[in-house]
Ligand binder design. Structure first.
Ligand code: ADP
Length: 351
C-alpha cells in the first residue's frame, strides 16, 4: 500500500466502526502508478451497502482534492473487511506467569475458583490480573463488582490504542463481558470473539503482573486454541466437581494441554463443591456428590490435587455481591491460601 495514500485514507472515518477505514480493514489496496494515477480498492461485504457507497464517495472526493490532475479510480471488492492488527505491539511483556483455568463443563465453579485464587495470590503480595475469556458466560465483571464498567481507551504517542482494565481489590480485571450483552452470545461464538480476545490480550494495560489468570470457556474449542497461541501459558488449573471429575469433558480438557504441540503443564485439579457442612453441625461433612473422586482420578492420570473446596454459602453470596468470599470469610480464605501456596510452589513468580 502506498504510504502517502494510506496516510490520506486514514482521515476517513467509517461511520459504523468510528475508526479510520485503513485500520478497520476497508482498504484492500491503494497504489499509485508511475504516471501518478491512483487506484484504490475498498473491501466491503456488499458493494450496495449504503456505508460502502458513502465511503467510496468520500474517498473519491478526497483523492480528487489531493490529486486534482491525476487519474483516480476507486472500486469496491466484495469481501469481508480485514481489520488491521497492531502487530508486534503487545501489553503482555511484563507478565511473568499466565495460568489458564479450565473446566470440562459450565457451572462447576471455574469462574469462582479463578476469582478466589486471584484474591489469594494478591493476599500473598503478588500483582495479579484476570482475563475473563469465557465468551459463553463472562462473570468476572460481576464477581468483582465491575458490572457496568466501561473500559476507557488511551492512545500513546505512536498511535497505539490501549484499553484500561477495571481494578478491584487490587486486581486488574479485563472481561469480554465488558463488551457483550448476554443476548449477544451467539454472534460472538467464532471469529469475532477470537478477534476481540486478541485485542483484550494485547491491548489491555496490564502493566507489571506476577500472575495473569485466564478464565477460559468450558470445554475445548477454538477460543482455547487461539489463547494458547497468543499467550505464553505457564500452567493450567482444572476445576471440577466430584461427580464431573472423571467424565470425558474433563479428560479432554487435560488432554488438550498435554497435546504435544500445546505442551502446557497441568498444575492440578481443584475439586470444587467437594462436600457440604451445615452451620449447626460444623464437624459433619456431607459428600453430596461422592467422596474422593478427584484424588483417585488425579492419581490415575498423573496430576496433583491442588485442593478441595466445600460448598460454602458465602462463596455464592460473595460472587453475587461483587466481592469474592476469599477476601473476607476466613474459612474460604484458608482453602484458597492453601491452593495459592501450591500454585506458587509449582510456578514461582520469579522466573
Ligand atoms: P463456572 O464458571 O464453572 O460456570 P461459576 O463459578 O459461575 O461456574 O459457579 C456456578 C455457581 O456456583 C455460582 O453461583 C457460584 O457462586 C456457585 N459456586 C461455585 N463454587 C461454590 C462453592 N464452593 N460453594 C458455594 N457455591 C459455589
Amino acid at each position: 500500500m502506498n504510504e502517502q495514500l494510506e496516510a490520506l485514507l486514514r482521515q476517513i472515518i467509517h461511520p459504523e466502526t468510528e475508526q479510520n477505514i485503513v485500520d478497520s480493514g476497508f482498504v484492500d489496496r491503494a497504489d499509485m502508478g508511475e504516471d501518478g494515477s491512483v487506484a484504490i480498492t475498498l473491501r466491503f461485504q456488499k458493494a450496495r451497502d449504503p456505508f460502502a457507497q458513502k465511503v467510496k464517495r468520500q474517498v473519491e472526493e478526497l483523492m480528487a482534492k489531493s490529486y486534482p490532475d491525476n487519474k483516480v479510480m476507486v472500486i469496491i471488492r466484495e469481501a469481508a473487511p480485514k481489520p488491521r492488527r497492531q502487530e508486534n505491539v503487545t501489553t503482555t511483556t511484563e507478565i511473568t506467569r499466565v495460568i489458564a483455568v479450565a473446566s470440562g463443563k459450565g457451572g462447576v465453579g471455574k469462574s469462582t475458583v479463578t476469582a478466589n485464587l486471584a484474591v489469594a495470590l494478591r493476599q500473598r503480595g503478588y500483582n495479579v490480573g484476570i482475563l475473563d475469556a469465557d465468551i459463553y458466560g463472562p462473570s468476572q465483571n460481576k464477581m468483582f463488582g465491575c458490572e457496568g464498567y466501561i473500559p476507557d481507551a488511551e492512545r500513546d504517542e505512536e498511535g497505539h490504542d490501549f484499553i484500561i482494565p477495571c481494578q478491584s481489590l487490587g486486581i486488574k480485571i479485563m472481561s469480554i463481558g465488558f463488551f457483550i450483552k448476554p443476548t449477544d452470545a451467539l454472534m460472538w461464538r467464532g471469529g469475532m470473539a477470537v478477534n476481540a480476545l486478541h485485542q483484550l490480550i494485547h491491548q489491555t494495560r496490564w502493566g507489571k503482573l506476577d500472575y495473569l489468570l485466564v478464565d477460559l470457556p468450558p470445554g475445548t474449542g477454538d477460543i482455547h486454541l487461539s489463547i494458547i497461541n497468543e499467550l505464553k501459558i505457564s500452567g493450567a488449573v482444572i476445576v471440577s466437581t466430584p461427580q464431573q471429575v472423571a467424565v470425558a469433558d474433563v479428560v479432554r480438557g487435560v488432554e488438550m494441554f498435554r497435546y504435544p504441540q500445546v505442551n502446557i503443564p497441568v498444575l492440578g485439579v481443584v475439586e470444587n463443591m467437594a462436600w457440604f457442612t451445615p452451620e449447626e453441625l460444623p464437624n459433619n461433612r456431607y459428600y453430596l456428590f461422592g467422596k474422593g473422586g478427584a484424588a483417585r482420578y488425579a492419581q490415575e492420570i498423573g496430576v496433583d490435587v491442588l485442593g478441595e473446596v466445600p460448598i460454602i454459602q458465602s462463596i455464592m453470596e460473595g460472587s453475587d455481591e461483587g466481592r469474592p468470599a476469599g477476601g473476607y470469610d476466613p474459612r474460604v480464605e484458608e482453602y484458597y491460601a492453601a491452593i495459592a501456596a501450591k500454585v506458587v510452589e509449582k510456578l514461582p513468580a520469579e522466573c
